[in-house]
Design a protein around this ligand. Structure first.
Ligand SMILES: Cc1cc2nc3c(=O)[nH]c(=O)nc-3n(C[C@H](O)[C@H](O)[C@H](O)COP(=O)(O)OP(=O)(O)OC[C@H]3O[C@@H](n4cnc5c(N)ncnc54)[C@H](O)[C@@H]3O)c2cc1C
Length: 555
């Protein structure tokens, strides 16, 4: 800007160069080069910490210009250049030399080298394999908008995760994809099982359980919502990562419910094997026959008989139920149809080997079956479970769901941001390596615009999600209600657009299963269901604006 103010644009021809060069005296990101109409050319070299102005080598003498204004500004340019050069040699380079060798604030998803995490200390019984992961209470103070701002312990976890995914997961993705398309797809891949053991050994296990649910860090890493949000984004980079770190849906929800509301017996029977990754669970809420986005519609029945509950219902989209290790179903149904609307529903723990459970058929999303967990339509016919299998008590399903809902939304959103970052990274590599109509794809204007738009949209969405997570940390779910509704409106649509642009830039390959883009797109689309547009609008209308319109004048 200051260059523009000093010299009228009409007398200058200028161009940006954005290559990052390593100068012996510092690192500069690029430069502005211009030619004065007098014929002399100059360049401003932009360093990490600011800019310096230097005359270009091979300059032409001032005096060739025809107009007096041009000559005058030529002199001004030259004296500025000398001044800047003087500053650069005497002061500027001294500053670079004295600068601590800190990393610039940038996100890199490549070649991240991080130290190993500490293992669980001897004698401490925990289900997270991270020892004293985070001084989370400190992290609650400010909104951490980038991984660089995380506490050293959490940053270490972040870097370890990036390294693990880049070194151990990405290289196996083609093989994992082949397994998902093979006849063995309904059995877990041995490669995944092996990676789970490695993740556990490295302390990258059960990181999701939040500090507020598990203040003594008995079961998990005890991270704040903002801290885990950053890690969750990294797990979104690969479709296989969440399972590897025991942070997958719906098990995270089941574990959190059990930690919060489970009895000691329920915890011993179900929570422990889930935390250890020995079993999986599923969540059967959505009824086949009613609009389940309004969960108070759900008609599946839970009736008390003798010392048991008897359940009947026709569910579908029950995720994870086809996994051979799925041993537990969290079932939602009505215990009292006469009670107030939000106290009619209850949640029950149903062992999957109970008689009366029939999987009718697997379902798919755009043809994706998501094995080995999958989704299915399921019939529950006179399934009987002991009374002590109820969670929290009769009529309390909404209360239980509310406690978990906000966090699930943060996790879904950050995973989608991970998908979007990976899609954009793949897109950039692809368009730099292919040529069409005589030019590399990256030089086509529309592709550049797509890259720019994607970067801007990801950044905007991430900031909003982190704000929501931060509000949850410092003020609770209720205070974050508007942000929660907003992220559901913003993030899935953003992810759809970013992934769609990446698919477009890939051509036909983008739609194939050789790349994760088509799957990213499918999962992003599913999270658009139940968009909270109406809720956002209602809350906004209720909000008393600080900039109220003055009352209409009386006539
Ligand atoms: C991949 C996948 C996995 C799933 N996993 C599970 C699972 O594990 N367990 C489970 O129980 N369910 C699961 N579901 C089901 C999911 O929770 C439901 O599909 C969702 O709650 C919407 O319910 P519905 O399909 O009955 O849509 P409906 O309730 O029939 O709604 C139809 C559409 O109307 C919209 N709508 C609702 N209210 C309004 C309004 N006021 N204004 C405007 N539009 C509105 C909804 O957003 C929706 O898009 C899964 C679904 C998918 C696709």
């Amino acid at each position: 800007m200051w260059v523009r103010r000093l010299f009228q644009p009409s007398t200058l021809h200028w161009a940006w160069r954005t290559t990052a060069l390593n100068h012996p005296l510092g690192r500069h990101q690029g430069g502005l080069r211009w030619t004065h109409s007098g014929g002399r050319s100059y360049r401003a070299v932009i360093f990490d910490t600011g800019g310096v102005l230097v005359p270009s080598p091979g300059t032409v003498a001032v005096g060739q210009a025809s107009s007096a204004t041009a000559q005058q500004s030529g002199k001004l340019t030259e004296s500025m250049a000398e001044l800047a050069w003087d500053f650069a040699t005497k002061e500027g380079f001294r500053v670079f030399k004295e600068m601590p060798a800190t990393k610039t604030l940038s996100r890199s998803y490549h070649a991240w080298a991080g130290p190993r995490s500490p293992r669980t200390p001897k004698g401490v019984r925990g289900h997270s394999t991270v020892a004293a992961a985070s001084p989370s209470h400190e992290a609650k103070g400010g909104l951490v908008i980038s991984p660089e701002g995380l506490s050293p312990a959490v940053r270490k976890l972040y870097e370890q995760l990036v390294q693990f995914i880049e070194q151990k997961v990405y290289p196996l993705e083609p093989e994992l994809q082949r397994h998902q398309a093979s006849a063995n797809r309904w059995s877990p891949s041995p490669l995944i099982e092996d990676l789970k053991e490695k993740a556990k050994a490295e302390g990258l296990w059960n990181l999701f359980l939040p500090l507020e649910t598990d203040p003594e860090k008995k079961y998990g890493a005890g991270l704040t919502n903002v801290e885990y949000a950053h890690l969750c984004e990294v797990m979104g980079m690969s479709l296989y990562a969440s399972e590897i770190f025991n942070c997958s849906v719906p098990d995270m929800g089941t574990m959190e419910i059990l930690v919060r509301y489970g009895t000691e017996e329920q915890k011993a029977r179900w929570l422990v094997p889930l935390l250890e990754g020995r079993i999986h669970s599923c969540f059967a809420m959505t009824d086949r026959k009613v609009a389940s986005s309004d969960a108070s519609n759900i008609e599946a029945s839970i009736k008390e008989e003798d010392n048991s509950y008897v359940i009947n219902g026709h569910k579908w989209w029950t995720s994870g139920i086809l996994h051979p290790h799925c041993k537990l179903c969290v079932f939602m149904g009505k215990t009292d149809p006469q009670a107030p609307r939000h106290q009619q529903q209850s949640m029950l723990l149903v062992p999957m080997d109970s008689p009366g459970i029939t999987v009718i058929r697997p379902l798919s999303v755009f043809g994706l079956e998501d094995p080995p967990g999958g989704f299915a339509e399921v019939q529950f016919k006179d399934v009987r479970v002991p009374k002590e299998n109820i969670i929290l008590g009769p009529g309390r399903a909404f209360e239980i769901a509310q406690g978990r809902l906000g966090r699930a939304r943060i996790h879904n959103s950050m995973r989608l941001i991970g998908y979007s970052e990976r899609a954009l990274a793949l897109m950039k590599t692809r368009v730099m390596s292919r040529t069409a109509f005589g030019k590399p794809l990256v030089e086509q204007g529309t592709i550049l615009a797509d890259i720019a738009r994607s970067r801007v949209e990801i950044e905007q969405a991430r900031l909003l999600v982190l704000k929501a997570a931060h509000l949850m940390d410092v003020a609770g779910n209720k205070a974050a209600a508007l942000e929660m509704a907003m992220i559901k409106m913003v993030v899935p649509s953003m992810a759809n657009q970013v992934i769609d642009r990446a698919i477009q830039a890939f051509g036909a390959a983008g739609l194939s299963s050789d790349y994760p883009l088509a799957q990213f797109f499918g999962w992003a689309q599913t999270l658009r269901l139940g968009d909270d547009q109406l809720k956002v609008a209602k809350m906004e209308l209720k909000n008393q604006s600080r900039l109220q319109e003055p009352a209409a004048r009386r006539v």
